[in-house]
Ligand binder design. Structure first.
Ligand code: PHE
Length: 339
């Protein structure tokens, strides 16, 4: 029995040395010390020994048991320590490494310009209204004094979605929606996206932005229109900017004007930005046509008004000296980060 005990002790030691995981050790513990383990089995055989041999043998077995338990505990502790060290090493943070650059988003230059324009017009008492980008023929053309088959429809190449449904070609559609729901005095602006089937180039895009303005009240004249738009141009381009009103035509205004500002790049001498003209066209405007007022249920004998449509993209490109309108729509971060 002694030899058997020695053999078990040797086997246990060897197994312990070759075990490399906590799982191995647990298996080993069960194999030798468990209820059905080898050392436990030896203890159970003690009955077959003589009464003299029994205490001696019992002591030896118990010592072997205690020693093995201690060895197992040590080995477990050692493994846990190693595991912790490994974990700490793998999770270590090298505080001397250069930091990752976090790029913070910003406003698109078009949004900055829109926000500035909204603030400016609000300070003059205008409300901001919104309109849908998908419009009906009625709001985009009919009620704006552009009946079907009118040649003025050629001025705006339109994306039709269905018989009477289209992508709005102008924010002017918001004028009609406003006059249908509000009674004069009316003073509103409507910034937004508009769509025309234009060929893309440095100055044209099938999607662009306008800011519509509408004022309707008793006794509104062309003087009011000039005053508001001159004020706008001076706030946006600087007070020494010259403003020019040219006669023009829009079906929904009479009389109609186009408004130019002196080129801020060359001061009016003529350069690449203004294409040698010295002037940059920024908006169309005019006195609201009586037919438009009538269509919205407003009596043109009692009320008059003016409207304007500002090209936001043009204001943005001239303000930031952007040479190609396409840059505004490509969303190249290297470009946008400059603003
Ligand atoms: N809607 C016109 C355009 O897109 C601009 C405009 C608006 C002209 C309001 C006059 C009055 O060209």
């Amino acid at each position: 029995m002694k030899e058997k005990l020695e053999a078990i002790k040797a086997a246990a030691r060897e197994a312990l040395n070759s075990s490399s995981t906590e799982h191995d050790i647990e298996e080993l513990r069960v194999k030798f010390l468990g209820k059905k383990g080898e050392l436990t089995a030896i203890l159970k055989q003690m009955g077959s020994l003589s009464p003299e041999e029994r205490p001696q043998m019992g002591q030896m077995v118990n010592e072997a048991k205690q020693k093995l338990e201690a060895l197992i505990a040590d080995k477990k502790a050692e493994m846990q320590k190693k595991a912790t060290e490994l974990k700490l090493k793998s999770e270590a943070i090298d505080i001397t490494m250069p930091a990752k650059k976090i790029s913070v988003g910003g406003l698109h230059p078009i949004n900055t310009v829109i926000n500035d324009m909204i603030e400016l017009f609000q300070s003059m008492g205008f409300d901001v209204v919104d309109g849908p980008e998908v419009e009906t023929d009625h709001y985009n053309f009919e009620c704006l004094n552009v009946p079907a088959d009118h040649p003025a429809r050629d001025m705006q190449d339109t994306f039709y979605l269905a018989e009477n449904l289209l992508l709005r070609t102008q924010t002017s559609a918001a004028q009609i929606r406003t006059m249908e729901t509000r009674k004069p005095p009316i003073r509103v602006i409507c910034p937004g996206r508009v769509f025309r089937a234009d060929e893309v180039d440095a100055t044209h895009s099938p999607v662009f932005h306008q800011l519509e303005g509408l004022v309707v009240d008793k006794g509104i004249t062309m003087c009011d229109l000039k005053g508001v738009l001159e004020q706008f141009a001076h706030e946006i381009y600087g007070s020494d900017t010259k403003v020019r009103f040219r006669p023009s035509f829009f079906p929904f205004t009479e009389p109609s004007v186009e408004v130019d500002v002196s080129c801020s790049e060359c001061g009016g001498k003529g350069c690449r930005v203004c294409k040698g003209e010295g002037w940059i066209e920024i908006l169309g405007a005019g006195m609201v046509h009586p037919n438009v007022l009538k269509c919205c249920g407003i009596d043109p004998e009692e009320y008059s008004g003016f409207a304007f449509g500002i090209g936001i993209d043009r204001i943005t490109t001239t303000r930031y000296k952007i040479s190609d309108i396409r840059l505004l729509f490509e969303n190249d971060q290297r470009f946008l980060e400059q603003f």
